[in-house]
Write a protein that binds this ligand. Structure first.
Ligand SMILES: [Fe+2]
Length: 160
């Protein structure tokens, strides 16, 4: 079936919300892979905690679908597919003593993409007049910002 062209701001929001579900699914898969790749106990704990938060974020996204009256569907998220593939490729090439660092950099890249995705979704939800949806999306971005700061300081500490 041919994809219908997105014509309105709400259709665009809907599509990007569907992509965000895929994005968070990729985060879960990626956190699982990164968890397996690292040796550092602190990092393993951090990735497990982020996976728990990601499950909460998926739940928030599903609540936004309900608030907007949308069916629960997904759309592709090629950017996060790329981030995941990039990490897998570098991990395969690199000695295991570099895996902690590679995992942190990949997780940081993923967080930054998620922050940009939620920034747009929050503004779009506000523009569509749905404050409750904007609030749920803000809860997600707040977690992503917190996580990115944590990853950044852990990476800095590791390399200094
Ligand atoms: Fe996330």
């Amino acid at each position: 079936m041919a994809q219908q062209k997105l014509e309105t701001p709400e259709e665009l929001f809907h599509y990007q919300l569907r992509s965000a579900r895929t994005m968070e699914q990729h985060s879960l898969e990626s956190l699982d892979e990164l968890h397996a790749a690292v040796s550092d106990t602190k990092l393993k704990k951090m990735f497990s905690h982020h996976a728990d938060e990601t499950r909460e974020q998926i739940d928030h996204l599903e609540q936004v679908f309900a608030l907007m009256g949308y069916d629960l569907t997904t759309a592709p998220s090629p950017a996060t597919t790329g981030i995941k593939n990039q990490a897998a490729g570098i991990l395969e090439k690199a000695d295991s003593k570099l895996h902690n660092q590679i995992a942190l950099v990949s997780a940081l890249g993923n967080e930054h993409f998620e922050i940009s995705a939620y920034t747009a979704l929050i503004f779009q939800a506000q523009a569509l007049g749905n404050a409750d949806a904007a609030k749920l999306l803000t809860d997600n971005i707040d977690q992503e910002i917190h996580t990115s700061k944590e990853l950044r300081s852990t990476l800095k500490e590791m390399l200094s």
